[in-house]
Design a binder for this molecule. Structure first.
Ligand code: CA
Length: 230
């Protein structure tokens, strides 16, 4: 059982068979998958909460994949979500256009599912390292997402599953300030009702766990904003 929250993938594809094959393979790899069959639906789903990565077909009815990509890459809240564009057109000019819209990668149909999965993981290694089994380091703290072990100055730390998820979220982006709502969304999942005070309780437990063998408290409280690591 994984204690790092599953990465979320949004598949935007109007061909039902292709959409389902992709969803099946991504779910088998442990991703949490949502599906959109057109550009409008994709934009609505992103408004409900940005996924960790988007696999976006170029040719879609009404709002095209290029337009969806362009819109998401100009919005500050979605600009950093990696987008892999799928296209049936192999011409170099299309590739250039695809990249000019801000797409992070580009795969030509028909693609091999194995190759596409590798591209998805490559994007996530950059943006969500803990979700693809990486070792994260911050000062004297080391988190091994594969073995679910946390060390501080060579001492192994005892952490509950929620504290582990909180720490991996922090360690993916040291210095970033997370609001309580963002932490609820990332660590507990948006479908579960949890009071924001619960976040404070678990932050308290995380602090205690991080200092169980001594050392300074690395978690910073940012008044009116939330919490950050470092
Ligand atoms: Ca299509």
């Amino acid at each position: 059982m994984s204690t790092v929250e599953q990465p979320t993938v949004l598949i935007v594809e109007d061909e039902p068979a292709q959409r389902e094959v992709l969803a099946y393979n991504l779910e088998a790899e442990g991703f949490s998958v949502s599906r959109a069959e057109n550009g409008e639906e994709a934009l609505l789903l992103v408004d409900e909460g940005a996924p960790d990565i988007i696999v976006l077909d170029w040719m879609l009815p009404s709002v095209s994949g290029i337009e969806v990509c362009r819109r998401l890459k100009t919005r500050p809240d979605t600009r950093n979500v990696p987008i892999i564009m799928l296209s049936a057109r192999a011409e170099e000019v299309d590739r250039v256009r695809g990249l000019e819209t801000g797409a992070d990668d580009y795969v030509i149909k028909p693609y091999s599912v194995v190759e596409l999965m590798a591209r998805v993981r490559a994007q996530l290694r950059r943006t969500r390292p803990a979700s693809v089994g990486q070792r994260l380091e911050f000062e004297d703290i080391v988190l091994d997402a594969e073995t679910h072990k946390v060390f501080r100055s060579e001492n192994i730390l005892k952490l509950g599953p929620t504290e582990f998820r909180l720490l991996s979220t922090f360690m993916e982006k040291p210095g970033r300030v997370w609001s309580r709502e963002q932490l609820l969304d990332r660590v507990w999942g948006r479908d579960i009702y949890v009071d924001t005070r619960t976040v404070d309780v678990h932050i308290g437990r995380l602090r205690k766990a991080l200092c169980q063998h001594g050392g300074d408290d690395p978690v910073r409280t940012v008044r009116g904003a939330g919490y950050a690591l470092g």
